[in-house]
Design a protein. Sequence first.
Length: 632
Amino acid sequence: MPNLRKVCIPAIILCAALLPLSAFADEAPAGKTVNVQLKLGEDKIIINEQAVVVEKPYITNGATLVPLRVITSAFGAALSWDSETQTVGLKSGTTTISLQIGSTTATVNGKTEQLEAAAELANGTTMVPLRFIAEKFGAKVTFDEKTSSVNISGTQSASSSDNAGIDSDVGKTQIGNSFHGWSMKYPSGLIKDYQSFTEDYVSFEDANGEFTLDISVDSDMAENLSQDALINLLADQVEETILEKTYVTEGGRSYARILTKGGGEMYEYRAYQNGDKVYYLYFTITKAENYKNPVKYSAYKDLMDSFKTSFPASDKSLKDLSMVKDGQRTYTDETYGFTLKLPADWKKGSTKGETITFTDAKGVNSVGFRITSKKDGDSVQTWAERNNKIFTDLWVPEYRKVEPERTLTIDGTQALARRTHNTFDLKSWDATENVYIIKGDYKYFMYFQFEKQDTLSESFIQSTLESVKIGKSSASIGTIKDLGESYDRTLKSVVKNKTYNYSINIPTYWKAESSKASSDLLKYTYEFGAFLVGVKESDTLSPSDLVATMKQGMQADSKSIQIKEVENRTETIAGAKAQWVVWDVQEYVSTVCAFQKNGMTFFVYASHPKAVNTEFMKNLIGDTIKSIQVTN
């Protein structure tokens, strides 16, 4: 389980990420009809014929102020909060609004506008100007002076509901997750900051900045853990000074509890178990003095005590945070403007650059999505052919297979698909479905990678591709160069090591793992292989001794490893006599070269699978080793 303190994403970052406009379409599709009725001074508001009790609306400087929750409930607006600057971020459809408590200016889609009245805090509730926000979201507001009644009518953008990520707030007094099976009270002002893709971690913040609450779930745990075992699991999350550590049984609930203090804040940790799941609560009271305030702490404890390791789906007052429907989970990427659905047990991998990956529960099969800019004059056909050439150039013919390309339609756009197969041992074959899509100025490459070709599910590929929607990417996205367009394995650059007075011509597409000019060991990686250049400051260690020592070291790592000598010859490197050995090491080819110069022993080690040991690769490794030059 990840440390809750390290996983939590600050609200200010989320606010900044949310504010840029990134709708999925130029015009949002029609959504639900919105009708809100309220009276000044009354705490009951009617939203689409459902009554909701809130802080009483009132008038300030001629503007009607209503609780922030009225806006999120009526319009399904996505909400963010920055407690440091007391800034509220709201997004509905293609409209993004930013308001700061006490300020009479607002930002609408990046432009500053004037407000009649500033947003303010009343009895701990954030109150915002109703007409300004509602009209910016495309609604009509009417006011009846005789009855002091306000009526709002409009349409909730369909994309608003999607962006909010959870169902409407209307009539909801509890919140929870049906997939992981938990629920709790849903007080006014509780804002969801972040939720992981697999929903096993979610963080909340109080709109007034008094507290934060993180909930994490560990599955597949040993059942019926002892009290001490649960306390120890919880203690692994603690970084502060422990004030209390105990096991609590009250009100039909049992849980481990740890209280800590640090940096002017109080922290209460809890751990519950139900079956093979352990639920962790991490509650931060931002001002330590509030912990000692009986009224404040009573409200905090009431919220924590409401946590249950169950989700009663029939309860209509319960708001479901889970995005899982019919065993599928929707992933939405607002930055790149695409969505897709995957099985609920799949996990999101780490994002590397422009590539987003997902893996199945066992971490064996994967789906990837990569976005790059379109080159002038490029088409899916030329793009696919270019990538196919990279694949066929890389693999030895008997270790690869390429199926004919196929045309298909994804989200109304014509695309190409080509399936490739490769193996490292000529026994088990991997299979990859490569899909090429171009829309607007960007290229979308999607791949399905399966460890064994017989696990490739045609229905899974088809259903996933049918779920893909590609819309408008964020305005912050610029040019993303596709390195495959300039992929040239013949280009080299000169790397100089000034400490040991040598240079070597390294292929530019190799990735440097350690290449400091002063290092006695340079390391590069290439197609499933590694290339090392090292120096030993000794003229007593002969090249043959060094080669023998390296061989012994390989065998020491694994006694079952079989090393077969393929070549053993003498070469001239940097004007010196060098021993050059090629080994067949099971499914790998390893090349070792060693020579002495200027009282030092230089050595090179290169190793890669036989599957990529093409004539080009053999020549490339040889030419790179022979390029070494040593100066006095």
